[in-house]
Design a protein around this ligand. Structure first.
Ligand SMILES: CC(C)(COP(=O)(O)OP(=O)(O)OC[C@H]1O[C@@H](n2cnc3c(N)ncnc32)[C@H](O)[C@@H]1OP(=O)(O)O)[C@@H](O)C(=O)NCCC(=O)NCCS
Length: 122
C-alpha cells in the first residue's frame, strides 16, 4: 500500500466521536450543503462527481458522531466536521475547508484543526 493510501485509512476515536481520513465515507451532498452556506463563504459547491474527485485527491479528515460503537464510522454516520490537506504527502501540505457544523460548534474541536495546522502550512 502506498503512503498516500495508507494515510487515507487512519481512524481515531474518543467518546462518541471518530475522525477518519477515508474520503469514501464523506457524504458529498452534506459537504456541498456546507460549501454553499455562509459559514464556508470561501468554498464553492461542485457537482457531486467533481467534489468526490477533489476528496479522493486530498488528505481528508471527517469528524463523525456515532451513537453506537465509536468506530469504525459507517457510510451513514453523521458527518459533523471536516478539514482537508492539499498535499504531496512528503514536502507540502495546505490545510483548508475547516468546518464544524453549527450545532456541534463550541465543544473544543478547534484544537483538532490547530493540530492539523501545526502539521501543515495554512
Ligand atoms: C472555526 C471552527 C472550526 C471552530 O470550531 P468550534 O467547534 O466552534 O471551536 P471550539 O469550540 O474549539 O472553539 C471556539 C473558539 O473558536 C473561535 N472561532 C470561531 N470561529 C472562528 C474562526 N473562523 N476563526 C478563528 N476563531 C474562530 C470562537 O470565537 C471560540 O473562541 P473562544 O474559545 O476564545 O471563545 C468553527 O467555528 C467553524 O466551522 N466555523 C465556520 C467555518 C470557519 O470559520 N472555518 C475556519 C476557517 S479558517
Amino acid at each position: 500500500m502506498s503512503e498516500a493510501s495508507e494515510l487515507q485509512h487512519q481512524t481515531w476515536s474518543k467518546d462518541q466521536y471518530t475522525i477518519s481520513t477515508d474520503p469514501s465515507l464523506i457524504p458529498v451532498k452534506r459537504l456541498n450543503e456546507a460549501f454553499a452556506s455562509d459559514d464556508m463563504y470561501w468554498a464553492i459547491p461542485s457537482p457531486d462527481s467533481v467534489l468526490r474527485e477533489t476528496l479522493d485527491g486530498s488528505l481528508c479528515f471527517g469528524l463523525y458522531q456515532s451513537q453506537l460503537q465509536p468506530q469504525p464510522p459507517q457510510p451513514d454516520s453523521e458527518l459533523i466536521g471536516f478539514a482537508r490537506l492539499i498535499t504531496d504527502h512528503s514536502t507540502f501540505a495546505w490545510l483548508t475547508d475547516v468546518h464544524i457544523w453549527r450545532s456541534h460548534q463550541g465543544r473544543g474541536f478547534r484544537e483538532v484543526a490547530d493540530r492539523l495546522r501545526e502539521g501543515g502550512h495554512g
